[in-house]
Design a protein around this ligand. Structure first.
Ligand SMILES: Cc1cc2nc3c(=O)[nH]c(=O)nc-3n(C[C@H](O)[C@H](O)[C@H](O)COP(=O)(O)O)c2cc1C
Length: 214
């Protein structure tokens, strides 16, 4: 099977990122881009981001997770601490996050250091989740091999019964991670492949700003 996609071509013309637009702090720019994505009717789940991790075997893995909050402290997502990403992050607590919002022709790439958030904060978020998601977190040993879907559904049915009238506790191996950026790149598609790329790199309490060739 072979499909040739070489003729797929698009001119990016929806925006520009000039030096005059750049705040000293990249979180300000992130916020304005994120709000644009969030308000755009053609973008579903503006908070879906790619998370890339590399464990001790050196083989990178990327998957989508949902950004659940951000502040100048960093970017927070939730997951199973014993999942493949959890193991890789234990081995090497650094990652790359990336967002691509095609309707805006914008990409943001963030490299940073990762740590677990406070247990109390994870518990508070867990409690705010719908009961089905809470039970799902208990039912699924994320990233482990399972014999069939039926095993998972039976496990969920049992848990539904067990916790019928009870508060569901947060699994001890489930919680949030915070990514504290060491750099953030903002990419805006432009005509003739002369895209705008602006790199913010953390420099003590300040951010160095540089333009990269597209
Ligand atoms: C739109 C979307 C959102 C997702 N959000 C999350 C999330 O917030 N947390 C999570 O652990 N997995 C999420 N997943 C599932 C992950 O992509 C992945 O399958 C899972 O975390 C297991 O990854 P791992 O085996 O590399 O650890 C999401 C998947 C998609 C497509």
């Amino acid at each position: 099977m072979q499909k040739d996609l070489k003729h797929y071509r698009k001119s990016y013309e929806k925006g520009e990122l000039t030096e005059a637009d750049l705040p000293a702090n990249p979180f300000i720019l992130f916020q304005s881009w994120f709000d644009m994505a969030d308000e755009n009717d053609h973008i579903d789940e503006a908070n879906a981001m790619h998370l890339s991790t590399v464990g001790v075997n050196g083989m990178p893995k990327t998957r989508v997770v949902l950004l659940k909050s951000y502040s100048r402290d960093g970017f927070i997502f939730f997951s199973n601490y014993h999942s493949e990403k959890g193991i890789q992050l234990d081995e090497n607590p650094q990652c790359c996050l990336s967002f691509f919002w095609p309707a805006l022709e914008k990409q943001v790439i963030i490299q940073g250091k990762v740590s677990k958030i406070a247990e109390a904060e994870s518990t508070a978020y867990f409690k705010s989740r719908p009961k089905g998601s809470q039970l799902g977190a208990h039912a699924s040993a994320q990233s482990s091999v399972i014999g069939s879907r039926a095993i998972l559904e039976n496990r969920l049915a049992k848990l539904e019964e067990e916790y019928k009238n009870l508060e569901i506790p947060k699994p001890t191996n489930w919680g949030g991670y915070i990514v504290k950026p060491i750099n953030m790149e903002f990419w805006q598609g432009r005509r003739n492949r002369l895209h705008d790329r602006i790199l913010y790199s953390k420099n003590n309490d300040n951010w160095k700003i540089e333009r990269l060739a597209p």
